[in-house]
Design a protein around this ligand. Structure first.
Ligand SMILES: NC(=O)c1ccc[n+]([C@@H]2O[C@H](COP(=O)([O-])OP(=O)(O)OC[C@H]3O[C@@H](n4cnc5c(N)ncnc54)[C@H](OP(=O)(O)O)[C@@H]3O)[C@@H](O)[C@H]2O)c1
Length: 312
């Protein structure tokens, strides 16, 4: 597990105290990284160019995870900040890396950058074939612009910026705040609270017909660490499991694991989001040998256990 790659290097993980970031930091420690810097937003706001320059000084590796991120409702309520924050942070961090001659830069993009109607499985070559699903377009396009920035820096300065596109994440430490959470934590909380309260039904957004791919956060952390160690190119790379599930089936799985016995009511006035999502993960396998190992049921059980031990 340990790798000499990390020895003696200063590694900046922006967003290193967030959901994905804290799992990544654990993974990097296991691999032998000794000097990991994880700045907080309140002390170092990356929308400020000078902060980005200060943080990336004398640094060999930058993994940029800081982001303004949330579920469909959060995206609908905050389009301005999702566009502005994600674009500006990425713009500043990549440019600061050029300024300070950082050796290796890894940017975490998103599946939300793909066009609304992308043929399944999503291939990286389809990324520019249309506009994203409307609710997540400000977020998805801000992240996609960073890919163009990376290619421009590669063309002009020979700088390789690795761009990873993770699909929807879930796992222990996820955000369970209903105003900004993604679908899995939101469902776990709803079913758990309905079970405790003895409610007769739980209302779920949409029709249940959309499909999604879900990527366990510890697998995602491993993919990012593998890519940092082994990859040197700027073309986008999908990271995920390469399998999809209909939301209806996901809802039933979570209901069963939580042990809730009431009814499910579908609120069809609420959006489904993108109709289908599933990645072609062959490029990641080819470039750095990554394959996800946690199946959805195992990952959900671990997440629900963590939720109960933390909040219940
Ligand atoms: N969650 C998913 O399903 C998913 C899927 C695909 C891609 N991603 C990407 O993965 C990355 C991490 O997501 P996450 O779910 O771990 O998010 P998260 O838990 O909300 O963490 C976001 C992190 O970004 C930092 N941050 C936010 N605004 C900042 C600013 N202006 N200046 C400096 N730092 C700032 C936060 O710092 P503080 O800790 O100080 O608040 C936090 O550590 C994001 O780039 C996201 O786009 C996530």
């Amino acid at each position: 597990m340990k790798s000499s790659f990390w020895k003696g290097k200063r590694v900046l993980v922006t967003g290193g105290n967030g959901f994905l970031g804290s799992h990544l930091v654990e993974e990097l420690k296991k691999r032998g990284a000794e000097k990991i810097i994880t700045p907080r937003k309140k002390d170092h706001d990356l929308r400020n160019k000078d902060e980005s320059i200060k943080l990336t000084k004398n640094t060999q590796i930058v993994i940029h995870l800081a982001g303004n991120v949330g579920g469909i409702g959060y995206n609908q309520a905050n389009p301005y900040a999702l566009f502005y924050d994600n674009l500006l942070m990425g713009l500043n961090v990549i440019d600061a890396c050029r300024h300070n001659k950082v050796d290796k830069i890894v940017i975490i993009g998103t599946v939300c950058s793909y066009p609304k109607h992308t043929p399944v499985p999503f291939k990286e070559s389809d990324l520019w074939n249309g506009y994203p699903e409307e609710t997540n377009a400000p977020y998805g396009i801000a992240k996609k612009a960073l890919l163009v920035q990376s290619l421009a820096y590669k063309a002009q300065f020979g700088l390789d910026v690795i761009n990873l596109l993770p699909v929807n994440l879930y796992g222990p430490g996820d955000n369970f705040d209903p105003s900004s959470s993604h679908v899995i934590p939101s469902l776990i909380k709803k079913f758990h609270e309905a079970k405790i309260a003895g409610d007769s039904h739980v209302t779920v957004w949409g029709t249940g017909k959309a499909s999604r791919e879900f990527f366990y956060v510890e697998d995602a952390a491993r993919a990012i660490a593998d890519a940092t160690e082994k990859c040197n190119q700027s073309e986008p790379i999908n990271i995920g499991t390469g399998s999809e599930i209909k939301i209806k089936k996901l809802v039933e799985m979570i209901k069963k694991i939580v042990g809730y016995h009431g009814r499910i009511v579908w609120d069809k006035t609420k959006p489904d989001g993108q109709p289908r999502r599933m990645l072609d993960t062959s490029r990641a396998r080819k470039l750095f040998g990554f394959q996800a190992t946690t199946n959805l049921e195992t990952g959900l059980r671990k997440t629900i256990e963590w939720y109960k031990s933390t909040f219940a």
